[in-house]
Design a protein around this ligand. Structure first.
Ligand code: G
Ligand code: G
Ligand code: MN
Length: 501
């Protein structure tokens, strides 16, 4: 109390000696007849008010500070976590990996990528895709021990740090348990979806002692796992670096080759079996690189697909093929391959039709070859593209029939004109009665639905005779000819006419 009074007096005195606020002065004048008691009382009240005000201000400030700390904490959590699954994100993962690497001993980095996620996301919608990712995160979290660190580092990519491994087998066991937990089908609303997960593993210090080296190498092992098949586990191997570097080299050269128009279609004859006559050609891309030599099409087509170059390359090859095919006999067919990636683009049909118009090649002479995978992957877009092409008079052939996952009803709903029987069935003809039963069944099915058939990969006369006897309409294969350059076609046609005569 005394202290308060002291403070009050001090303020009063100070106000006297220095400049008093005008109101206070007025107050003093108005109340000049006040006793000292009254003055002391006023000073006392003023001091109390001042102290209460100070205290309130202090409380406000400390509340504000607490709030800011909490907000910063939330922002920090947001910056280090993925909002969808609540898992740590890539940044947090890298920080944690750095920390773990400071400890002595061996650790494992596992890179995970869902198999089949894109299809679910595209066909069932993003809401289902989101739920599937959350469910994946939940299942994986459940089976991980406390010391393993799981993060979502990209769309359907996850990563795990196993901070202590005695032997690499520990990491492989963990990977297998994750796969086992993930592949059980899951119900989302009314949809049943099922994924696999590919896993690549790098182990320190053998595969590197730096975070970025380990992550890159686990990624390379993952890339290989994905190529091998669904739900596969692969460890990093030194040879993978070489493969990836080679791939990067091919990709660089491929860009140059496309820009310079150096990839050209070759043409393999299509033969009508009954009449033994060439009725057209399938265009097959060939690339002789100046620096790398001959690169097989399955290698560069795959890279073109993965890099998105396939659309440009496909258009370029198609333009070239139409120009070449215009010089062939008027009733000849040009068969042209379209990859599943190309069929995801809704503008594909319009682009092909405009190239037809520009080159003056008739849509009625064109046969587009698509694979089952394309039909399963992006059904709606594929259907639209196919409808647009068919309306223009283009025929649609199903390539590599029997090697994909399409169901019969899916196949029928696409209104195909032709089935191309995969060469694995043709080479299976002489192997067993089962092989022959399958081919006869396919031919019967096609006939029943009014589809023509081309047998691929005919290499032997016996194969040809068997196919012809069982109603196969067309054939293709080394027995007739491999793919040849455009410039050799005239000579081939002359030779086959002479042979017929
Ligand atoms: O040509 P083969 O000769 O090795 O062809 C290998 C694979 O590459 C086949 O599956 C074939 O369908 C595909 N392919 C060949 N040429 C083209 C092309 O111009 N476009 C697309 N998308 N695929 C092609
Ligand atoms: O996937 P698609 O059917 O488009 O690919 C045709 C592939 O088959 C090309 O790689 C082509 O070179 C190849 N091919 C064509 N005829 C034969 C053949 O008689 N035997 C073998 N093994 N391959 C062939
Ligand atoms: Mn083909």
């Amino acid at each position: 109390m005394l202290v308060l009074l002291g403070v009050g007096l001090a303020i009063f005195a100070a106000a006297h000696f220095y400049d008093l606020p005008p109101q206070l002065l007025q107050f003093g004048l108005d109340n000049a007849d006040w006793e000292v008691d009254d003055a002391i009382f006023v000073v006392f009240m003023l001091s109390v008010a001042l102290i209460i005000y100070g205290y309130r201000r202090y409380k406000d400030l400390s509340r504000e500070i607490t709030r800011r700390i909490a907000a910063e904490g939330a922002a920090l959590k947001l910056a280090r976590h993925d909002p969808l699954t609540g898992l740590p994100n890539r940044r947090f993962f890298e920080e944690r990996l750095q920390e773990c690497l400071h400890a002595a001993g061996s650790l494992a980095v596992l890179m995970l990528d869902l198999d089949g996620f894109k299809v679910v996301n595209d066909t069932q919608g993003h809401a289902i895709g989101d739920k599937a990712l959350s469910e994946f995160a939940r299942r994986a979290s459940v089976i991980l021990r406390d010391d393993a660190f799981l993060a979502r580092i990209g769309g359907d990519e996850f990563a795990i740090i196993m901070p202590v491994v005695e032997t690499p087998e520990d990491a492989a066991n963990l990977a297998r348990r994750v796969i086992a937990a993930v592949i059980k089908p899951l119900m989302i609303d009314t949809a049943v979806v099922q994924f696999g997960v590919g896993i690549g593993i790098a182990v320190s210090p053998n595969d590197g002692d730096q975070a970025d080296d380990l992550m890159r190498r686990a990624d390379r092992a993952l890339y290989r796992a994905k190529l091998t098949g669904r739900s596969t586990v692969r460890f990093f191997e030194a040879e993978m670096d070489a493969v990836i570097e080679r791939r990067a080299l091919i990709e660089r050269e491929l860009r140059i080759a496309i820009a310079a128009n150096q990839i050209t279609p070759y043409y393999q004859p299509l033969v009508a079996l009954e009449a033994s006559r060439i009725i057209g050609f399938e265009a097959l891309a060939r690339w002789e690189s100046e620096s790398l030599g001959f690169i097989p099409p399955d290698v560069f087509i795959l890279i073109a697909e993965e890099t998105g170059l396939i659309n440009e390359l496909g258009d370029q090859l198609f333009r070239r093929a139409c120009t070449d095919a215009k010089t062939w006999p008027a009733n000849f067919v040009l068969a042209f391959n379209i990859s599943p990636i190309q069929l995801r683009d809704p503008t594909l049909a319009l682009r092909l039709l405009s190239i037809l118009a520009q080159t003056g090649f008739s849509p009625r002479q064109l046969e587009i070859e698509i694979t089952e995978t394309a039909l399963v992957e992006s059904v709606a877009v594929a259907q639209t593209v196919i409808d647009q092409l068919r309306q223009a008079g283009v025929r649609i052939a199903l390539d590599d029939f029997g090697t994909g996952y399409a169901t019969l009803s899916q196949l029928l709903s696409f209104h195909l004109d032709k089935i191309k029987i995969d060469r694995s069935f043709v080479s299976g003809l002489e192997k067993s009665e089962e092989g022959r039963v399958i081919v006869r069944a396919i031919l019967g099915l096609a006939k029943g639905f009014g589809l023509t058939t081309t047998a691929e990969g005919i290499e032997k006369l016996e194969q040809l005779l068997y196919l012809k006897a069982n109603g196969c309409t067309e054939g293709q294969g080394y027995l007739f000819s491999k793919a040849i350059p455009a410039a050799s076609i005239a000579a081939l046609l002359d030779a086959s006419q002479e042979a017929a005569a």
